[in-house]
Each structure stands twice: as structure tokens, then as C-alpha cells.
Design a protein around this ligand. Structure first.
Ligand SMILES: Nc1ncnc2c1ncn2[C@@H]1O[C@H](COP(=O)(O)OP(=O)(O)O)[C@@H](O)[C@H]1O
Ligand SMILES: [Mg+2]
Length: 204
């Protein structure tokens, strides 16, 4: 039997007068490459935040690698050790250059390899504000991957990249998924990237 690394059971999320979703059930097995799709505002980011243990459901239960979301200490530890996030808005460290933004989270040699693959070798000593949106996005991708996570969660990771670049990054994710059995969960609204996923979860 393949274990579920992520399990959402009857999860609801509400803000004061907004119901984001109700009774959402999601189960992701180890090594799956899953897409989360749906129109803007349907709750993709919220779902990823709940899956990654950085937001809590209003109702329902969440299990990440078998740990229940209410066990905050254990979830925090899992997050540090095994989970990487690529955020929609990058959140790079503004006072650090490109190489530092990546190497602070992992091995130097691997940082350089990833940055080279992502065509950023000529930007290693630039600060985030000196980069284009697409370049910042690629730094955020390198930072997430250098940690060699077991679970990679990505929120519109190619939202600022053209199709050719997006395809290249998705091919890299796919090879990591196949070679290292990393579980990958990606929110995207890009229909062209659908063929990369093992399975798509539609919201909204
Ligand atoms: N902090 C918040 N307070 C109130 N409403 C929120 C908050 N965060 C998200 N929402 C609402 O939840 C819904 C889902 O948002 P989100 O998960 O960002 O959707 P998506 O990523 O699919 O575009 C939206 O209607 C949004 O306005
Ligand atoms: Mg979103």
C-alpha cells in the first residue's frame, strides 16, 4: 500500500463572510505530481497553505506525513525538514544577493548548479530588486529545490514566465519527481501545463 503524504478530510475554510470551500477531501500519495486548478479566487492558494501547514482549516482534519495539523510542534518540524514552498510572490530576502538567497538554504555546489540550470549565473551577485519578475521567480524555484524537500508545494510557480521557460521548469520538476520520488503539488491556471501532471484536482 502506498502511503498518503497529504490528507485533507472534510476541510472547510471560511473568513468572516467568505466561504472559500466546504468539505474538501484531498489525498496525495508519496511520489505523486498533482495539479490544483480552478478559476482565480477558488481557493488554490488557501488549499496549498493548508497542505503546507502554514494555514489552518476552519473545520476538518489535515494530516501531513501522518501528523495531524493540530500537533503544531511536529508540523513545524516537518515543515522545516521536508517541505519546500514556492510562493506566488517569491518572498526573497531583499538584503541578500541571488546566490545567498539560495545557498542560505542548502549546499553551495548544488545552489550554483540550480542557478546555472535556471539561467541565472550572470545574476549571482545581484539583489532581488535588480531582477525582473521572471528572474525572481527562478531564484525562488532554486531556493525551494536546493533544500531537497520530500514535498514540494508550488503556487503558480511559472506565473511570470513564458511557455518555453515554464515547460523547462516543469520538466525539471518532473525529473525530480521521477528520480527522487518527491511529491509535488502545484497550483496553476495554465492549461498548457496539464500534460505534466499525474492527476489534476479541480477546485471551484
Ligand atoms: N485573509 C483573508 N481574508 C478574507 N478573505 C480571504 C483571505 N485570504 C483569501 N481570502 C479569500 O478566499 C478566496 C480564495 O483565495 P485564494 O486561495 O487566494 O484563491 P486562488 O489562489 O484560487 O486565487 C478568495 O475569495 C479570497 O478573497
Ligand atoms: Mg492564488
Amino acid at each position: 500500500m502506498t502511503e498518503s503524504v497529504v490528507e485533507l478530510k472534510n476541510v472547510s475554510k471560511r473568513y468572516k463572510d467568505t466561504v472559500v470551500f466546504e468539505n474538501l477531501n484531498i489525498s496525495v500519495k508519496k511520489g505523486e505530481f498533482v495539479g490544483i486548478m480552478g478559476p482565480s479566487g477558488c481557493g488554490k492558494s488557501t488549499t496549498l497553505h493548508i497542505i503546507g501547514g502554514i494555514d489552518n482549516p476552519t473545520e476538518g482534519e489535515v494530516y501531513i506525513m501522518g501528523v495531524k495539523h493540530t500537533d503544531e510542534k511536529k508540523i513545524a518540524k516537518l515543515r522545516r525538514k521536508y517541505i519546500s514552498f514556492i510562493f506566488q510572490f517569491y518572498y526573497l530576502l531583499e538584503d541578500f544577493n541571488v546566490l545567498e538567497n539560495v545557498a542560505l538554504f542548502g549546499d553551495m555546489k548544488k545552489s550554483l548548479e540550480l542557478l546555472k540550470f535556471l539561467r541565472l549565473e550572470h545574476r549571482l551577485h545581484h539583489k532581488p530588486y535588480e531582477l525582473s519578475g521572471g528572474e525572481q521567480q527562478r531564484v525562488a524555484i532554486a531556493r525551494a529545490l536546493v533544500r531537497e524537500p520530500q514535498i514540494l508545494i508550488a503556487d503558480e510557480p511559472t506565473g511570470n514566465l513564458d511557455y518555453k521557460e515554464s515547460k523547462k521548469i516543469f520538466s525539471l520538476l518532473k525529473s525530480l519527481n521521477k528520480e527522487s520520488n518527491i511529491t509535488i503539488i502545484v497550483a496553476t491556471h495554465n492549461e498548457e501545463l496539464k500534460p505534466f501532471f499525474d492527476r489534476i484536482i479541480y477546485l471551484g
